[in-house]
Unconditional design. Sequence first.
Lengths: 358, 408
Amino acid sequence: MKILDKSLSVWQTGILLFILLFANKILVLPSLLYDGAKMNALFIPISLFLLEFFLLFIFYKVKKRFPNLSFIEILRQNCGKIVQISVYVLFALFFLCKAVLLYNVTFIFFRNMIYKDSGNFIFLFCFIPIINHMAICGLRAMGRTLQLFFPVISVITVFCITIGCFGVTNMPLLFDSSVSEIFQTAIRHISCFGDVAILFLFMDKIEVKKGQWKIIFLFALAGAFLVTSVITLFLFSYNYTSFMHSYAIFEIMNYIKETAGLGRIDIISMVLIILFAYFHLSIYLKGFLLAFDGIFQKNDQIFGVLTFDFLFVIIVEFFIVNLETAVVYGQTILPFFEIIPFVIVPIVCAWCFMRRRT
Amino acid sequence: MRYYIRQLFKTPMLLIFALMTLIFGFTALGMRAEVNEYAVVTALGVDMADDGYELSFLTFIPIAQQTFTEQYKVVTAKGKSMAEAIDFAGLRMGRQVGLSHIKVIVLNSELLNDDLSTHIDFLLRNKQISTSAKLVCCDSTAKEFLISAQKLDNASSVKISDLVSFNLDHIFAADSSLETYAKGTFGPTGVGLISLLHLEKSDGEGLAATMSDSQSQSSGQSSGGQETKEIINSGDTAILKDGKLVTTLNADQMRDCNFLHGVCTICSLEIDHFSDKDFTDATLSFEIFDKTISYKVVFENGTPIVCVNTKLSLKLGEVKNSDGQITKNVELFVISKSAEKAIEQKVKKYMADGLEIMRDNNTDIVDFYTIIHNTNPKAFKNFLNSLENSDEYLSHIVVKASVDVMAK
């Protein structure tokens, strides 16, 4: 099963980044943020997106400095093989763990809302073949699929946000939590961020011509803005009862159900959630495969896919079986993995820059 | 054929698609229709029982018929907890109790005597029940209320949920749903509002529903023949603080409070004994089209002064002149300075009365707490610390009202 990854255009990269920035942020996160920092939770996505943009800026600098090299080559040339393999092992773990969290939250959402009698097995059966196929087909195919679905995703997202605006009725109590509470909550939920790191894994496949960087940054900005809007609207709509409402993008559509008599129009947000889930999981699997490839230097992706599927099913089926364990896992274990994008990658990149200069 | 089979094996996704179709297709054939599996509950009534709760379910039973009327049935079940009562109700109906279509939750007023938050905890936690479901309280048993509502739902297109939906905009009432109640109770003031509906013998005031003998008996009535009862929404509202009943306000008192509040715009305003060059000792009724309220908070010597500015857009709707009918075109009526002053005084009186009600009951219905806090959190904290009992801040703040009147 050898499929060579062809290059990604700037538009495709931008769209991939736009979609990836929604991962793990529009369902359970806003409610958990309120639980920790009350209405000041608004500042958490903004500050964590700043970190994300810092990572994107590092990527921009690295890509400018080493336009044709892959991240493996950069690491090998400047830090040695051991560092390269270690970083890639961490990357593989990072994407596997993030995929587990994302899958669990999505599965629990659908089980609670629609498929009450469905088990994990049926969901895995629906997800795994498609995400495997999308990841194996390569970056170009994934990029084109994302391009195809991007108008649908962006229109539904904007629609949900517009509907959400009607639900904001009263001004909640602002500045009610301390700086330490905001900081602690941000650290506890940092695991929902750091997705930009995937760009490093296929940086040599991205074709950026002069003046095209702004497209990537604009898509990233648009994604961050929409995610922040969803979180803000959710917090302003539900404020003191935010902790009772676990699924933000779905809940902000509830306004329609109450007043307009249009029935279950909130199902539109479910379409968005399912599309996001498929794309996010495929991108995470792709990230895992690229990292796996960097560790074992195998061109045959079937080993990577089977390893991912095996570990994924084991973790999902036996360790993280409900929303409570998923939340505990996301709040206590996953934040440690964020050291990879926010600490290790910047340090390694800084080291490469310094070596290059000397 | 061989070509297609070869293609199928060359494309694993096609194989998976075929496999999925086979598995899910056959599984679907063996499944029960959801109509036979779920009972669709549209309203839930909660009464206290000897040892727990008695829940009543206004249940929609789908049957094939050529009329557009829907068939409803009230099913009741008792249990030590609400969850247990729902389990027993499911047993009685032979179906799972589907709660996701509940639009109204009716509480027996007895529940307000205790801490309501403990009683409705199940309703707030349950993921199936929409928090936009209207929460109302009735002076009879919830079961009896739902039996009347059942007749109403069967006989007309007016649903019991529609009856209280209008409260959202009306100056004489308060919007009350699970969500608004929880927001108020969990908010800084702890004040939650619940609409009070009355079930009374028919005298033509409200929406009537005729109850037959058997239904009367089932709901504990002993009267013979047919009895007509009416569900009346007169705007009465129960005010709860931290889940406990503080007082009950009537429609006029709610209007007074709502004049300080940004919500509720639909109302009329009456000025008595008004005289100017056009009117002599007249009673003028104005229709208010829009009511915009803005708050400004300043601190003077550490005390918050809340300036409430109300902008009213209104139109003269009715005139009762003691000197006979007015022959001027009221459509072109321009509110004179004296009329403006009279309206201003009237609205200020309503506001003052509203504030007094809130102070007397120590219930911040308007949520001045948030308004003052958001202006200057530090100064407000200092102010609260300076009070002997910080919970009684409402009696120590100064409220200044101003009214701008505009003719539509």
